[in-house]
Design a protein around this ligand. Structure first.
Ligand code: F6P
Length: 566
């Protein structure tokens, strides 16, 4: 096992000293000669037996470095960490976010409306309250889409500018892009997140303020980037409408909506309660796209699409909570990740969507997984003695094939990869290169299948030589194979599929956190940089005391900045 960064000297034995973990270590020690070609030859039913169907997702894990015995040991590990109880604790609202003393109940946001009143946590009807807000969101969305709610000059809203960052941005951006095939109104969205003034300037440049609605999304409503951008947006709106002699309060109320848990902060900013949609501290930012944070999506795609989106989450939640460990895709996929991180020493995990509309999915997963499990301290305050939190990354196929796949195929590192693809395209196009018409989506899918095949089975020295390859090139053209992949396919990229994909990875992240002994729901690691930025800020302009208080590297960088600023 490789070295762990952090307070290793304080580490006490955790999961790595358990019976199940030791059994997995023994299993791993016997994997040296494991070969996917042989595994498939010996077991013609391998693909059939290692495939799950859950909701609309069809998940094939057979091209992973596992045997039937490995899957059994995954179950044992799940039992050893008492995963059943941990799942129940999550779904029933125990305060599993222990450092913030909160329940973790994003699952309550996606129960069917008929389940209202069935889950009371800390005295709150969480499903009922979630639907109470959601129905207000739908009322807003319907009023904007129908033209009943207009801008201050009487024009129809055409553009939603969503202002938020991290969990108040990434989910919405990703789903907005994922569902472009469902565009059913003349309203489009833009997303402002970065405090780099370029972001808001570019996004507002060609917009008509009279047809623009800003949605300010911030769980805390104190985030520097979001509040700065919201103030800039307010100024832009008022400055640009001033010559039309509109009332300022009326303008804000017709062009600003807020989504937050901090209703007092929203009020201070000047957005009225009528235009404010709440959520609760039991919804983590990175788990919030299906709350009112997704209001932009409800407006753009409509209530029906949003309801279908929610149903996709619930299917996964239900399967995760009720399926036995030997037929539980979430649990198996999470254990596979553990297997690669902790036994194969994999550092990263590639997410490779063969669906252009999912091009922001890897970026969304980066926050979900890395903010949740990028931790050296366990939930009980002790230090971990094993690796946690792999690096998630990726780009849509086939772009990635022409960029970084070289390293996945022939590099020295093992990179487990998830391939995600839709059977049916949104656009059916034919191409003819002179040899007859070809279905372009089928060419695309052939690439996905070819990549997973090449990664699994490779090409031996003998096969390369048999092609007449010059002797000096043979080694360079060999593909070792045995590079693990999981294939997730579905009929079409529907709203339900997008919801299911999110919930799948959310719950995988949770299970990994349980095995690693982490609290996956806090994010203390983002605090220090925020505090230091506020301390450094005065040094950039005039404050020499603040400048002199810096270390020599930071001071020299600031001096370079001061010398060269225009
Ligand atoms: O800095 C990290 C973080 O706290 C994320 O966890 C969160 O999603 C993001 O900032 C935005 O926070 P807020 O929604 O409170 O503005």
């Amino acid at each position: 096992m490789s070295k762990v960064v952090g307070n290793l000297k304080d580490a006490i034995a955790g999961i790595s000293k358990t019976k199940a973990w030791k059994a997995l270590q023994k299993e791993y020690d016997k994997m040296e000669n494991f070969d996917l070609r042989t595994a498939f030859e010996q077991d013609p039913d391998r693909a059939k037996n290692m495939t799950f169907d859950v909701g609309d997702l069809h998940i094939d894990i057979s091209k992973n470095l596992i045997k039937d015995s490995t899957l059994k040991l995954f179950e044992k590990l799940a039992e050893e960490v008492n995963l059943k109880q941990a799942i129940e604790d999550q779904f029933t609202g125990k305060h599993i976010n222990n450092t913030e003393d909160r329940p973790v109940l994003h699952t309550a946001l996606r129960y069917p409306e008929s389940e209202k009143g069935t889950l009371i946590v800390d005295g709150q009807d969480v499903i009922g309250d979630a639907w109470g807000v959601l129905n207000r969101v739908f009322a807003l969305s319907n009023a904007i889409r129908s033209g009943e709610k207009l801008g201050v000059t009487g024009k129809k809203i055409k553009t939603i500018v969503n202002i938020g960052i991290g969990g108040s941005d990434l989910g919405s951006v990703m789903v907005y892009e994922a569902l472009r095939g469902y565009a059913n109104s003349d309203i489009t969205a833009r997303f402002v997140s970065n405090i780099d003034p370029t972001d808001i300037s570019e996004k507002l440049k060609d917009l008509d303020p009279a047809t623009t609605l800003f949605i300010v999304c911030s769980k805390t409503f104190t985030t520097l980037e979001t509040l700065t951008n919201a103030r800039l947006a307010k100024k832009w709106l008022l400055d640009n409408l001033r010559n039309l002699d509109v009332d300022e309060k009326d303008t804000i109320s017709k062009h600003f909506v807020a989504i937050s848990t901090a209703l007092n902060e929203v009020k201070k900013f000047g957005i009225s309660p009528d235009n404010t949609f709440g959520f609760w501290n039991w919804v983590g930012g990175r788990y919030s796209v299906e709350s009112a944070i997704g209001a932009n999506l409800a407006i753009i795609y409509g209530e029906e699409v949003f309801r279908e989106f929610l149903s996709g989450f619930h299917v996964i939640d239900k399967s995760f909570r009720t399926s036995p460990f030997n037929a539980n895709p979430v649990v198996t996929l999470a254990m596979l990740n553990i297997w690669y991180v902790n036994f194969y020493n994999a550092h990263s995990h590639a997410i490779l969507p063969y669906a252009q509309y999912l091009h922001r999915f890897p970026a969304f997963l980066q926050q979900l997984t890395m903010e949740s499990n990028g931790k050296t301290v366990r939930a009980d305050g002790s230090s971990t003695d094993i690796q946690t939190g792999e690096i998630f990354w990726g780009e849509p196929g086939t772009n990635g094939q022409h960029a970084f796949y070289q390293l996945i195929h022939q590099g020295t590192r093992l990179i487990p990869a998830d391939f995600i693809a839709a059977v049916n395209p949104t656009y059916a196009l034919k191409d003819d290169d002179g040899s007859g018409e070809k279905d372009v989506h089928e060419l695309f899918l052939a690439n996905f299948l070819a990549q997973t095949k090449a990664l699994a089975f490779g090409k031996t020295k003998e096969e390369v030589a048999a092609e007449g390859t010059p002797q000096n090139l043979v080694n360079a053209k060999v593909f070792d194979g045995n590079r693990p992949t999981t294939s997730i396919i579905f009929n079409s990229l529907t709203p339900a599929v997008v919801g299911s994909l999110i919930a799948l990875y959310e719950q995988i992240t949770f299970v990994q956190g349980i095995v690693w002994g982490l609290n996956s729901f806090d994010q203390w690691g983002v605090q220090l940089g925020k505090v230091l930025a506020l301390e450094i800020f005065p040094a950039l302009s005039i404050d020499d005391d603040a400048l002199n208080a810096q270390d020599s590297s930071t001071r020299a960088l600031i001096e370079f900045y001061r010398k060269n600023r225009e």
